[in-house]
Design a protein around this ligand. Structure first.
Ligand code: FES
Length: 344
């Protein structure tokens, strides 16, 4: 974690009194870790929607996500297991499971019968490791996230928080232009066209001017357009083009329920590898391009996390009013609500 970025301590005494109409663990793709957190043979522990899981990268580079507890006697793999080739070895009796789900080492009589801990469907997508959650229990992904070319973009820089919230709240916030004026100090925002729904995706485009907003780049006022694309409730991508500075960025907002109250909220940023042409405070041009891109991405993650952080006290303390008890929405909110309910 970058020490210069904001931190947040959730109000541990606060219990939400009202629940949204959507399950605390909605259907869809959710971040479990970033690719750069997972070297070969590394094992990470994660609490994901009330389940203790481990994430590991095998020798071939494949990412695997499985329940953390060994099916033999319940040892937690996150404390002492080893990744050996394409398998994981328990530290207790040394039972070994390959990533196809077969037990390849155990006592003679146990080997055939021993079940691998439950395996979760996961994918690596542009530096993100995503797991599919399906409340219907068959756990097979019913949809995929479209491919995205990131060859011309900087590696992701990212920052994570824990707070009391729900993915619905975070996703809705990304389309709630009203609060951008009050909370984030934008001076002008206009919806370019009606939001488009395409199955599990929802996309909307806006024009904005922001003297102090999220899109302010290297100290300069921003004027430009942004398009926000939701891939389910757990992942959204804000693509920005700051026309007066020639800068394109992608901001990823990822929300993953830890348990029924707490949410891991991750922010990640990547910028297109081209120098802003007219920025007043652009770093000197003698800098190598790679360093310049890194500085711009660092500046972007700092601005984004600072701006997202402005919502935290509100999100962390507010009750989630179910859709059924809200005033009937209209316009973009109505489109969002109809789209969101498919993930319950
Ligand atoms: S608990 Fe894992 S091998 Fe026994």
């Amino acid at each position: 974690m970058n020490a210069a970025l904001p931190t947040f301590i959730p109000n541990s005494n606060f219990i939400r009194q009202e629940k949204p109409d959507i399950s605390p663990y909605p259907k869809g793709w959710f971040l479990i870790c970033f690719s750069d957190e997972l070297e070969k043979r590394a094992i990470l522990n994660r609490t994901f929607m009330g389940n203790e899981l481990i994430v590991f990268r095998s020798q071939s580079g494949k990412v695997n996500v499985v329940n953390a507890y060994c099916t033999h006697m319940g040892v937690h793999y996150g404390f002492g297991a080893s990744v050996i080739g394409e398998s994981i070895e328990c530290p207790f009796y040394g039972y070994c499971f390959n990533t196809n789900g077969h037990c390849i080492r155990a006592s003679k009589e146990k080997k055939a019968a021993q079940q691998m801990p439950r395996k979760w469907h996961c994918t690596e997508w542009n530096g993100l490791v995503l797991v599919f959650h399906n409340p219907d229990q068959d756990h097979f992904p019913s949809w995929e996230i479209p491919a995205l070319d990131s060859s011309e973009w900087t590696p992701l820089q990212h920052h994570s928080f824990t707070l009391k919230s729900h993915p619905l709240e975070i996703a809705e916030n990304g389309l709630d232009v009203g609060h951008l004026l009050d909370i984030h100090n934008f001076s002008y925002i206009e919806e370019d066209k009606a939001p488009q729904v395409n199955g599990e995706m929802l996309q909307a485009s806006f024009t904005l001017h922001g003297p102090k907003g999220i899109l302010r780049v290297l100290g300069k006022k921003a004027e430009g357009k942004f398009t926000t694309t939701h891939f389910g409730l757990g992942l959204s991508m804000l693509s920005t083009h700051i026309s007066n500075q020639g800068l394109q960025s992608r901001y990823f907002v990822l929300s993953t329920p830890i348990d029924q109250q707490n949410l891991a909220l991750h922010i990640a940023v990547s910028t297109k590898k081209e120098q802003p042409k007219k920025s007043r405070k652009t770093p000197p041009s003698f800098l190598p391009k790679s360093l310049l891109h890194k500085l711009i991405t660092q500046d972007s993650i700092k601005r984004m996390t600072t701006n997202v952080h402005l919502n935290f006290k509100i999100w962390d303390q507010k009750s989630q009013i179910g859709y059924k008890s809200r005033q009937a929405p209209s316009g973009i909110k109505q489109i969002f609500e109809r789209w969101a309910l498919q993930f319950e």
